[in-house]
Design a protein around this ligand. Structure first.
Ligand code: SF4
Length: 291
C-alpha cells in the first residue's frame, strides 16, 4: 500500500496519496527535479524572500493596476507611482526585513523603475484594453485539475496570415528575470502553453499567440498557438501528472543534479544530493555531489 504523506497541500496529496491539483510552476519543478517538487509542493518548506521575488511581485502588481486605469492615464510617471505604492503595501506584509539599509532598498527600487521604463519600449499600454488581468484558473483537463494565475490576456485587431482582418486572442506574461538565449526560449513557454490549453478548454477558443515580455531587456518572445501544439501539451501534462502520482504513491523523489542547483534554495540546506559537499565545506574539503 502507498505511504501516507505527512502533508496537507492543495498542490499534492491532502493527507492521502492523491494529487489534487497541479500548477504550471509545480509541474515545472517536477520536470526540473522531483526532489525540488517534494520540498516545495509536498513538504511546503518556506524559503526566504529575495530581492528578485520582491521586485517581480511589485512590478506585476503595478502593471495590473496600470491596466485598471483609463487608457489615457497609463503613462510612465503613473506606472512609477504605482510601483512605489505597491511596494509600500507589500513591504510590511512580506518583505519587512529584506534590506539592510536604505541605500540597498533605494538601489533595488531604481532597478525596478528602470525595468518599468523598459516596459514602455516593448508596447504601448494605451493602445489596448486587456480582457483579463491576473486571471485565476482552475480547470479540469481530462482527469486532472490544473490551476494557475495568468498575468494578462488581450484581444488584438490585426491582419492574419491569410490577409484578412482578425481578432487575435493573446496571452502575455511579464518576466523580471534575465531572458534565456533564443535557443532555449521554447522551454520558457512551458507555463504559457498550459495557460493557452486552459483557455481553450474553459472558453472553447484557441488563443492565437503567447508572449513573454522580459522587462530586464527588453526582450520579447512570441509563439503562435495551434490546436496540435495544445494537444501535445495536454498529453505531456497527463504524463507529468502520472509521474507525480507515482512519486507520491512510492514516496520516491530522486534529486536531479543540474546547473539549476546553483539557484536552488535547498542546495545549501537540506538537499540530500549535496550533503557530502556541505559536510566537506564545513571541514574545508572538496567533494562531488551525490547522484
Ligand atoms: S539542489 Fe538540485 S538536486 Fe537538490 S533539490 Fe535543488 S534542484 Fe534538486
Amino acid at each position: 500500500m502507498a505511504k501516507k504523506l505527512a502533508t496537507n497541500t492543495d498542490e499534492s496529496a491532502v493527507d492521502a496519496p492523491v494529487l489534487a491539483t497541479l500548477s504550471p510552476s509545480r509541474a515545472s519543478d517536477f520536470k526540473t527535479c522531483p526532489q525540488l517538487y517534494k520540498f516545495r509542493a509536498i513538504d511546503k518548506i518556506p524559503t526566504a524572500p529575495t530581492v528578485h521575488l520582491a521586485r517581480g511581485t511589485t512590478i506585476h502588481l503595478a502593471l495590473e493596476r496600470l491596466f485598471q486605469l483609463p487608457a489615457a492615464e497609463r503613462t510612465p510617471d503613473r506606472l512609477y507611482d504605482l510601483f512605489r505604492e505597491s511596494w509600500s503595501e507589500l513591504k510590511p506584509l512580506e518583505y519587512a526585513d529584506l534590506f539592510d539599509s536604505v541605500e540597498a532598498e533605494r538601489s533595488w527600487g531604481i532597478e525596478g523603475l528602470n525595468m518599468l521604463a523598459t516596459y514602455f519600449s516593448i508596447e504601448d499600454p494605451t493602445s489596448f484594453d486587456p480582457v483579463e488581468l491576473e486571471m485565476e484558473l482552475l480547470v479540469d483537463v481530462d482527469h486532472m485539475k490544473i490551476r494557475g494565475i495568468l498575468d494578462r490576456m488581450e484581444e488584438v485587431e490585426e491582419i492574419g496570415p491569410d490577409g484578412e482582418k482578425r481578432t487575435a486572442l493573446v496571452i502575455t506574461d511579464y518576466k523580471t528575470g534575465r531572458a534565456p538565449d533564443q535557443r532555449y526560449a521554447n522551454n520558457a513557454f512551458f507555463a504559457l502553453k498550459i495557460y493557452a490549453l486552459l483557455i481553450r478548454i474553459s472558453r472553447g477558443v484557441t488563443p492565437t499567440r503567447i508572449r513573454l515580455l522580459y522587462l530586464n531587456g527588453p526582450t520579447e518572445y512570441t509563439m503562435e498557438i495551434t490546436d496540435g501544439l495544445l494537444d501535445a501539451m495536454q498529453q505531456h501534462l497527463a504524463a507529468l501528472w502520472g509521474a507525480i502520482e507515482s512519486a507520491i504513491a512510492n514516496d520516491h523523489w530522486p534529486p536531479k543534479i543540474s546547473p539549476l542547483c546553483n539557484w536552488c534554495d535547498f542546495k545549501d540546506t537540506i538537499c540530500p544530493a549535496w550533503e557530502d559537499e556541505r559536510t566537506a565545506d564545513t571541514k574545508g574539503e572538496g567533494a562531488i555531489p551525490n547522484g
